[in-house]
Ligand binder design. Structure first.
Ligand SMILES: Cc1cc2nc3c(=O)[nH]c(=O)nc-3n(C[C@H](O)[C@H](O)[C@H](O)COP(=O)(O)OP(=O)(O)OC[C@H]3O[C@@H](n4cnc5c(N)ncnc54)[C@H](O)[C@@H]3O)c2cc1C
Length: 458
């Protein structure tokens, strides 16, 4: 890349252009997963849409491998790249709530905590994830699974439009009225089609929810998991809760006798009335011999950020995932076997329920395909110490290998590492060919390829 080119770019760029020789470079390179260490040639931290257009044109003209960075949370590190250009949107944090229309427009550098903060003031929320520091952009473009999924659908089911800069530098809006093919593709197809500069979401009345965990001893895990599966299939859509194998953190929230103990648990989040939550959860909360049980009212943003202090940026993460329509007794036995061997305090396995409202959307209605799945499973090996990276990776892979034969196929793209084309195709199933044709139309040269890549074809 000629220095002259960067100087030319600088004349039309309002944000920061960060090169390896700049003082800001080392910290600008860092992404959330400490296992990912990549060194781009240039980080273009955009201030506005004009900067994004300039950066895309610069990357294309110089034939640079180009990554798009929203919140930088991607497990596989797909928000950055070696020796190329990173289009970093983290400065673009504008948010405008329209309370009359019950919508919010969010710029692509926002994380979910920014959105919750803005919408909570109006007593509303849109479906997001389980942690407030995750980027709006990456999470949305892959689908978006969280506490509100059973009631209001995936994040993409609440996406009304997206403003985008395409590979040729042109600016378009994708919605059901404008470029509907592109709008179909970005609802699950990831960052394959262009840089989204802002999203418009539908909002729902969500302010105070009923939140908290129930923990059980591991010797009751098979019974709990089996009962949970039956329960979550039929529970009212206001009721949600994800199942986990975990190590109880030494936090004041939990009794000292449980600190560092391996348990199984369900983290509940109910958006209906307190009475409904109390009544609906009773059969599960009184099952077996819970070690700890606390469900109470909490503001939605506090729920969203409850796990933030545990999962701070810079930890080592290794991810594996699958979709499940049903957990057989054998699959449950394998879960108990591997879930009981959690290697480090922060490693965990979560089963997120993706039924209810998310299943009312057809499997070909958006790029996200596995609408019939009951659970999105994610196994994460996590630890602060790089010396433990092999240990957490090996546990994660062994666990995944043991459960994969029982899976429905494919996985949630946002929970995958770089696992090859077969896995990407298995994830999109019969939507893949349509995605490949839309990719050909909007990005024929596969300029945007630092992602779970959809290759352009006819
Ligand atoms: C601690 C943690 C908790 C998580 N919890 C959840 C959860 O509850 N629910 C859930 O659904 N997911 C969850 N995820 C997964 C998360 O959705 C993905 O990691 C997602 O990729 C993060 O988005 P990002 O913008 O932060 O990532 P980045 O690393 O910035 O980007 C990831 C990918 O998105 C693309 N991208 C980013 N911004 C844009 C843009 N503006 N335009 C086009 N493409 C773009 C990039 O091409 C890249 O491939 C979690 C991840 C972590 C680390």
């Amino acid at each position: 890349m000629a220095a002259q080119s960067i100087d030319q770019l600088r004349t039309s760029f309002r944000g920061e252009l960060i090169r390896p020789t700049d003082a800001a470079y080392e910290s600008a390179c860092k992404v959330y997963n400490g296992m990912i260490i990549k060194r781009p040639r240039l980080i273009a931290r955009c201030a506005d849409v004009a900067d994004v257009i300039a950066a895309v044109e610069f990357g294309a003209k110089n034939d640079l491998l180009t990554a798009i960075r929203g919140g930088g949370h991607n497990g596989a590190g797909l928000g950055t790249c070696d020796d190329g250009l990173v289009i970093d949107l983290s400065r673009m944090k504008g948010i405008r709530v329209n309370p009359a229309d019950k919508t919010v427009r969010v710029e692509a550098g926002c994380v979910w905590g920014d959105v919750d903060h803005a919408t909570h003031a109006f007593g509303m929320a849109t479906p997001c994830g389980f942690i407030s520091t995750t980027g709006v952009a990456g999470l949305t473009l892959g689908g978006g699974i969280g506490y509100l999924t059973r009631r209001f659908g995936l994040t993409i089911d609440n996406l009304l439009s997206a403003d985008m800069v395409l590979a040729d530098g042109s600016f378009v809006t994708a919605s059901t009225e404008e470029n509907p093919d592109l709008f179909w593709a970005v609802r699950g197809g990831g960052g394959n089609f262009g840089v989204v500069t802002s999203f418009e979401f539908r909002l729902h009345p969500v302010k105070t929810v009923h939140f908290g965990p129930t923990f059980w001893p591991l010797d009751e895990a098979a019974k709990v998991l089996s009962a949970y599966q039956d329960f979550i299939k039929e529970a009212p859509e206001e009721v949600s809760g994800f199942f986990a194998f975990l190590v109880v953190p030494p936090a004041p929230t939990f009794p000292e006798r449980l600190h560092h103990k391996k348990v199984c648990g369900i983290v509940w989040c109910c958006t209906g009335s307190a009475e409904q939550a109390e009544e609906s959860l009773k059969p599960m909360r009184s099952l077996g011999n819970p070690l700890f049980d606390h469900v109470g009212p909490a503001p939605f943003p506090a729920v969203q950020s409850f796990f933030d202090p545990l999962f701070v940026p810079g930890l080592q993460w290794y991810w594996r995932a699958d979709n499940f329509t049903e957990l057989s007794d054998q699959a449950i036995a394998r879960h108990v076997e591997h879930g009981s061997r959690i290697p480090t305090m922060l490693s965990t396995m979560h089963l997120y329920p993706v039924n209810g409202a998310a299943q009312r959307v057809g499997k070909n209605d958006t790029a996200y395909s596995f609408r019939e799945a009951l659970f999105a499973e994610v196994i994460v090996g996590v630890d602060p110490d790089p010396a433990n990276s092999e240990k957490i990776t090996a546990w994660c892979k062994d666990y995944w290998d043991a459960l994969h034969p029982y899976a429905a196929g494919g996985a949630y793209v946002n929970f995958m590492m770089e696992e090859g084309q077969d896995r990407v195709q298995a994830t999109y199933r019969d939507n893949y060919q349509r995605l490949a044709r839309i990719k050909k139309k909007y990005d024929p040269r596969n300029f945007f390829r630092v992602n779970q890549n959809i290759r352009p074809t006819d």
